[in-house]
Design a protein around this ligand. Structure first.
Ligand SMILES: C[S@@+](CC[C@H](N)C(=O)[O-])C[C@H]1O[C@@H](n2cnc3c(N)ncnc32)[C@H](O)[C@@H]1O
Length: 273
């Protein structure tokens, strides 16, 4: 299984390494918490590696939380999702204006089914979010073809993945991720009372310097509060190491492990508390 689509800050490229660490800290009765789960890269990797979905709790305050709740509780309406996809224009040149009109309609029903379609068309994978009945930050890509002089030689698609591939991925998730629990709430709610002793917790907050997310929270307050009430392992992703034991993750290239340590290059760290 793969994430439905690319998403700002999504962990698909480093999920295998993160999950190595989570599994090393776990035992057969552990329950995993994927907090700020977004597109679900870490939970999907856990299930791909053999963890039963019933041993995973996901949380995100955005429409991803709504999507994963529907997937986990088996209430995702595949016929509605299919209908949204079937209405997309066949000419890629028409997609941007179609998406602009679609995202301007009031959000009444079917948030779980419509959101992945919008997010797959989002410019740069930036987060699109719902505010009341309105979609916010909905900016879409144009179809672009190389000219004789352009450096890029392949067309840029306005939807990634394609509608067919999105359908294939979501269909796989509907079957494979059924049984996960997902809560569509603020992460601070989870530190209002202790988690069970068998919890293994992973948090992927919006990184300090990133812009364009609708939602945020104070990471140090979260860590402090978490530590006050829980003894369970806590793993946190950031663009920097947060303590002495933090590990820098690597982005494996085709030739095997191009390190993320190059100066100025985006880095991914995992810190254990
Ligand atoms: C870096 S992204 C997570 C990416 C995710 N791990 C993935 O692989 O796609 C951060 C996520 O935190 C969520 N978020 C931000 N503030 C939150 C809050 N206060 N409570 C719950 N979720 C929050 C955002 O909606 C966003 O999806």
């Amino acid at each position: 299984m793969l994430v439905p689509c690319s998403y700002q800050g999504g962990k698909q490229r480093v999920a295998a390494q993160i999950v190595d660490h989570l599994l090393a800290a776990a035992n057969p009765s552990s329950h995993f918490y994927d907090l700020c789960c977004g597109s679900g890269a870490v939970s999907i990797e856990l299930v791909n590696r053999g963890v039963d979905p019933s041993r995973i709790t996901m949380l995100d305050i955005s429409s991803w939380g709504v999507f994963w709740s529907a997937i986990g509780s088996n209430t995702f309406k595949m016929n509605v999702f299919d209908h949204f996809l079937s209405k997309l224009p066949s000419d890629k040149r028409d997609l941007k204006s179609y998406m602009n009109s679609l995202s301007a309609l009031p959000v009444v029903d079917y948030e779980a089914e419509l959101y992945p379609v919008l997010q797959a068309c989002s410019f740069g994978g930036k987060q699109i979010w719902r505010k009341g009945q309105t979609w916010v930050n909905a900016c879409f890509r144009d179809y672009w073809e190389p000219t004789e002089t352009s450096i890029r030689r392949s067309p840029a698609n306005p939807m990634q993945p394609s509608a067919n591939e999105l359908l294939r991925r979501v269909d796989a998730l509907v079957n494979g991720m059924k049984g996960v629990t997902c809560v569509n709430i603020d992460i601070m709610t989870i530190v209002s009372e202790p988690l069970p002793n068998n919890a293994i917790v992973y948090v992927d907050p919006p990184y300090k310097s990133t812009t364009g997310y609708a939602f945020d929270f104070d990471l140090s307050s979260f860590i402090n509060r978490f530590r006050q009430i829980n003894q369970t392992p806590l793993f946190i992703s950031e663009g920097i190491g947060l303590n002495d034991e933090a590990i820098m993750l690597t982005f494996g290239g085709a030739k095997g492990g191009i390190s993320g340590s190059k100066k100025g290059k985006h880095q991914e760290w995992l810190s254990r508390f």
